[in-house]
Structure formats: C-alpha cells, structure tokens
Write a protein that binds this ligand. Structure first.
Ligand code: SAH
Ligand code: TMP
Ligand code: ZN
Length: 417
C-alpha cells in the first residue's frame, strides 16, 4: 500500500442488498483499491482503499460484498475498460446481437436497450441492421467511441428513473441486455424496477455475468472486486427475479471471461421457463453451492492459491529470473493486493489498452507498458493475469514461448506452461 492512502472504516455487516436478509461473511480479501484506478506515476492524490469482505445471504443465497464503493468512484468519464480490444469478445457480442435480431427483434419496430454498452461492441451489429437501440453507460469516453460507430448512447447510470424516462421517450423495449455490468451494480431493486418500467409485456432482460459455480471450481477469486459486487448463481438470480415480479426463464453456461451464465428474465408468467433453469438450480443444491461450509472451503483454497503464487514468484526472483505480467486486468488487482505481489516480484505488466499504458496498477503499483516487443524482450516468465483470454493471447504471443519464455497461470491452480 502506498503511504498516501485513504481507507474506509470496515462497515458493520449490513443486510442483503437484494432481500434485506442476514449476510454471513466467509472470505476476507483485505484492503483493496479500486480495481480500475490506474495511477499516474507521482500522483499526489491519496489512493482509495476499501475492505473486501465477501458473504452469502441466508435467505436469498446471493453472494455479495459487504462494503459498497460509491458508483461514481468506479464508473466515470475516464473509466478505462474497452470491450472491443478483445477479438474473442467482439465475436461473442456480434453473435449475441445477431441472435437477438433473428429471434426477438423481429416485430414491426423493435427496440433494444443495453445497460453498460461501453464502446458499443454489441450494439454496433444492431445499429448496422437499422434497428432502434439505446446504450446506457456512465463512462463518457467509452460512450464517445460508441457514438463514433453510429450508436445512440445515453451517458447515465441505469436505474429506476432512467428506465422510466427511456420508456417515455422511446416506448417499451423488447430486449434489455447487459453483459458484465449487472453484477457490478449493488442497487438491484432500483435496476429491476427500471427493467419493469421499460420491458414490453413479453420482453426479456438478458444478462451475462461470472458464474459462482465456475469461481468455486477454478478458485478464480479475481472475479471478486469492487466492480463485481455480486457473484450470481441460478438459485440467487431466480429468487432476486421473483422478489420483483419477474421470473428466470432460461440459463445458459457460456465460456467467456472464465465462465459465465447468460440469464434470461421475463415478467412472471409471460414465458415458459426452459428445463435448463430447474436443472441448474438442482445442480447447485446438490453440490451445496450456497452452504457456508462449501464457501469456507473455497476461502481456504483462495488463501492457499495466493500463498503458492507468491512463493513461486519469490523463488523465481531468488533464481535471478525476470518475471513480467500479461494483461493489466481490473480483476488482477484483487490477486496482486491480496497476495502481496508488487514490482519487486513482477517487473511490469503489458496491456493493449492505451488508457492504462504509462500508469501503475492499483494498490501495488506495477508499471503498465504496451505489449510491443513482448515476444522478443528478455523476460523468462510471464504471469497471465488475462487468463480468460489465454487462447487468444498465447496464440498471438507464440514467439515468446518459442524463444523459451514460460507462462505462469494461477487458476485453477498455480502452474507453469
Ligand atoms: N458490456 C461490456 C462492458 C462491461 S464493463 C462488456 O461486457 O464488455 C461495465 C460497464 O458498465 C462500464 O462501461 C460501466 O461504465 C458500466 N456501468 C456501470 N454501472 C452502470 C449502470 N448503472 N448503468 C449502465 N452502465 C453501467
Ligand atoms: P478483462 O479480463 O477485464 O476483459 O481485461 C482484459 C485486459 O487484458 C484488458 O486490459 C486488455 C488486456 N488484453 C491485452 O493486453 N491483450 C490481449 O490480447 C487481450 C485479449 C486483452
Ligand atoms: Zn438476500
């Protein structure tokens, strides 16, 4: 931690943000910075830290953080994440958009809204098809990129009043879509009231977010961060929908971002749930996914994983090896800050995002550089923080491996390839 920091006081355990029930803490990930707050070197402003405790609700099962970071501190004009930088995600979202165009946006004058449209990676396909659409995103710079692609964007946080306002101006939406955003938003009741205001009678709210099942299976604790307030499961999402007059009508496990589920929610009774919903809920019950004993075993594995990664990096340093990291992902902040991995163990991290280059990673302050020259420079090992893009990155950086460089992966367990 730097000497200029502000830390919040660890809050008393509040009630569940979905249902008000009692939340039991099972994992303490310590003081954490904002995962997307890349620092300018020498910046005098104090760095913000909060305490990352994770708990599960005894009533609705929702796994959630105990402390909420004010949304304006995370998402603002200069929020650096850009969805379109990954070819994997470009293909994924183009396919998604085409699916909606073929199945749901087929009426006389269809309308689609996206919550968290970022740089327009998905809505581009919808706009090109000439279909009415609106992206909603508070990240002004990303929204500017989307507008440059011919996409309509409203720069705001989606919430109840915004949903109502959109309906008044544009009419109801056939599809509301949201990827890697809904689980970032603590104020669920307001979002779902907004969805209720905005959807047509048979409309659907579809969202994709990291799946608790994958996180437990892969010990991928980097999916927990200030921005990932909830870790969704079919059980908890079904209950959350029910509390708001909605119904979970479909689930699909998808491989992106290390394992997610695409949830489809409709007005209660408007659509017949597919058998996949009951099947996934039953699977979650059978493996005891939401039981505290299961979650505490996961917490044990997280502590072991962090200790093993730190031990490997320390050993490599003692052997005089050079270690860099690949992908200054927001989620790697959880790993570096929890495991205590700073520039003493990892020389620098390479990343394609211009907004991150020349800056320092949150909390531990590892310098971020462009990947240019990565394959041919002198690093012996590269710690893959962007493990969710392992195939894409390893294929692109074959030269590094051919020249004797080795990848360090830390999930599902610490290993070298
Ligand atoms: N959907 C994209 C972007 C995910 S990043 C993808 O999957 O790649 C999360 C985005 O959600 C950011 O651009 C952030 O500004 C936006 N966001 C956060 N809270 C929001 C809210 N309440 N309403 C709309 N967008 C929000
Ligand atoms: P994400 O896991 O949150 O999507 O972040 C991925 C980060 O990795 C993002 O900062 C961009 C970076 N990245 C690269 O540097 N090179 C790549 O080839 C890919 C796919 C991502
Ligand atoms: Zn609850």
């Amino acid at each position: 931690m730097s000497d200029t920091t502000t830390t919040t006081t660890r809050p008393a355990r509040g009630g569940c943000r979905v249902c008000g029930g009692a939340v039991e803490q099972f994992l303490d990930l310590g003081p954490q910075p904002l995962s997307d707050a890349f620092r300018v070197p020498g910046e005098p402003a104090p760095e913000f830290f909060f305490h990352m405790d994770v708990g599960a609700c005894a009533d609705c099962s929702m796994v959630q953080l105990l402390e909420e970071v004010p949304r304006e501190q995370m998402f603002h004009q200069e929020y650096p994440y850009r969805s379109s930088l990954s070819s994997t995600m470009r293909e994924h979202f183009a396919g998604n958009a085409q699916h909606f165009l073929d199945t749901e946006l087929t009426g006389p004058d269809p309308f689609m809204v996206e919550i968290g449209s970022n740089d327009g990676v998905l809505l581009e396909t919808v706009a090109e098809a000439g279909v009415r659409h609106l992206g909603v995103d508070p990240s002004g710079d990303a929204a500017e990129v989307a507008r440059g692609r011919g996409i309509d964007v409203q720069v705001s946080f989606f919430e109840e009043e915004v949903g109502r306002g959109i309906r008044e101006r544009h009419g109801p939406a056939d599809v509301i879509f949201s990827a890697n955003t809904y689980s970032h938003i603590a104020y669920v009741p307001s979002i779902l009231r907004g969805v209720n205001e905005l959807l047509t009678e048979r409309g659907i709210f579809v969202f994709e977010d990291p799946y608790l099942g994958d996180i437990l299976e892969k010990t991928s604790y980097d999916q927990i961060s200030d921005e990932h307030f909830y870790l969704f499961s079919a059980t908890s999402v079904s209950e959350m929908a029910r509390l708001h007059g909605l119904e979970l009508v479909d689930v699909e496990r998808i491989a992106v971002h290390g394992g997610e589920v695409r949830y489809t929610v409709a007005r209660a009774g408007a659509r017949t749930p597919t058998p996949a919903v009951a099947a996934l809920i039953a699977e979650e019950r059978e493996c005891g996914m939401h039981e505290l004993a299961t979650l505490r075993r996961f917490a044990d594995r997280v502590r072991t994983s962090a200790a093993e990664l730190r031990a490997l990096l320390t050993e490599l340093r003692e052997q005089g090896k050079t270690v860099v990291a690949y992908g200054a992902t927001a989620k790697s902040a959880t790993v570096t800050n929890f495991a205590g991995i700073g520039p003493d163990l990892v020389d620098h991290v390479v990343d394609t995002t211009p907004e991150k280059q020349g800056r320092l990673t949150p909390g531990v302050h590892i310098p971020v550089r462009s990947p240019e020259g990565f394959g041919t420079d002198t690093a012996d090992y590269a710690l893959l923080f962007a493990w969710n893009f392992a195939d894409e990155i390893m294929a692109k950086e074959q030269e590094f491996h051919d020249a004797g460089g080795r990848w360090i992966l830390w999930t599902p367990h610490v290993h070298v390839v």
